[in-house]
Design a protein around this ligand. Structure first.
Ligand SMILES: C[S@@+](CC[C@H](N)C(=O)[O-])C[C@H]1O[C@@H](n2cnc3c(N)ncnc32)[C@H](O)[C@@H]1O
Length: 256
């Protein structure tokens, strides 16, 4: 089995035009997640108007909801294609937010101590393929936070997942502008990592079909390990919440 089938940037560049179709109702997800994150940020003492960095923004599932809620959102992602799609979504919706390409492992575009909150949601962190890479990302998030600021990550709970090979996970059938669209994930385990393929099939009204196969790789890092890595990066009060988003959420604070 080949390692590093494609970079995360290449994978999400190709996925960006279709990403919303992975959801049955992407706008509904934006609203639900925006509301949940607004409540969580408020509980953490971060109010609307304060600066928030969405450091793995993708096409904006969290960015858009938070910007609509009044947060001063800066969004970054390693995928140029995802950032361009987000810019276009923001322009179409008339929502103000900065969107730019940056790597979660360095966050070189974001000034130190400039953010009240930093987030990376929907299992973005496990795209980093070693503890060292994750540690670099957590240290970068810590650097960007003001004293007392909070970091929020949502991740899969790999410890509870059965490991079968191949693990085939279909999304639902989608219909858009007369096109039919079907996406299927296939996971293939390789130690504590797995290769993920998404098979994307699109059928036009005249019956013409295209299928693309996009490949990426994940490190199935357990949540307990992430909590340790957060503390090693300097964070305090790191904990897990299970009832905020559709994945467990990890919260940690920069010291005051
Ligand atoms: C599953 S998507 C989630 C995107 C967005 N948070 C959402 O929920 O729609 C994971 C995102 O992590 C980004 N990502 C992966 N590695 C990254 C890195 N090193 N730096 C910044 N973003 C990265 C990908 O480009 C992708 O947009």
């Amino acid at each position: 089995m080949s390692h590093l089938p494609s970079t995360a940037a290449e994978f999400y560049d190709k996925l960006a035009p279709f990403y919303h179709l992975l959801y049955g109702d992407w706008d509904g997800a934006i609203n639900r997640q925006g509301k949940a994150l607004r409540r969580l940020l408020g509980e953490c003492g971060v109010s609307a108007g304060e600066p928030v960095l969405d450091a793995a923004c993708g096409i904006g599932t969290q960015t858009i909801g938070l910007a609509v809620s009044g947060y001063a959102v800066t969004a970054s992602d390693i995928s140029q294609g995802a950032v361009e799609r987000l810019r276009s979504e923001l322009a179409t919706r008339g929502i103000p937010a900065i969107a730019r390409v940056d790597d979660l492992r360095t966050l070189s575009q974001t000034q130190s101590c400039s953010m009240s909150a930093v987030l990376a949601c929907d299992n973005s962190v496990p795209h980093l393929l070693s503890d060292e890479e994750i540690q670099n990302a957590f240290a970068s998030c810590y650097r960007c936070l003001r004293p007392g600021g909070v970091a929020i990550f949502s991740v899969r709970d790999y410890a509870t997942m059965p490991r079968v090979n191949p693990d085939v996970r279909p999304y639902g059938m989608r219909y858009e502008a007369g096109h039919r669209f079907l996406a299927v994930q296939v996971w293939e385990w390789d130690g504590d990592q797995y290769d993920l393929r998404i098979y994307l099939t699109s059928e036009a009204p005249d019956g013409a079909c295209t299928t693309q196969v996009l490949r990426s790789r994940y490190y199935a890092v357990p949540i307990d390990r992430l909590l340790v890595l957060l503390e090693q990066a300097g964070f305090v009060d790191a904990y897990r919440l299970d009832d905020v988003l559709f994945q467990p959420v990890l919260i940690a604070r920069r010291t005051v």
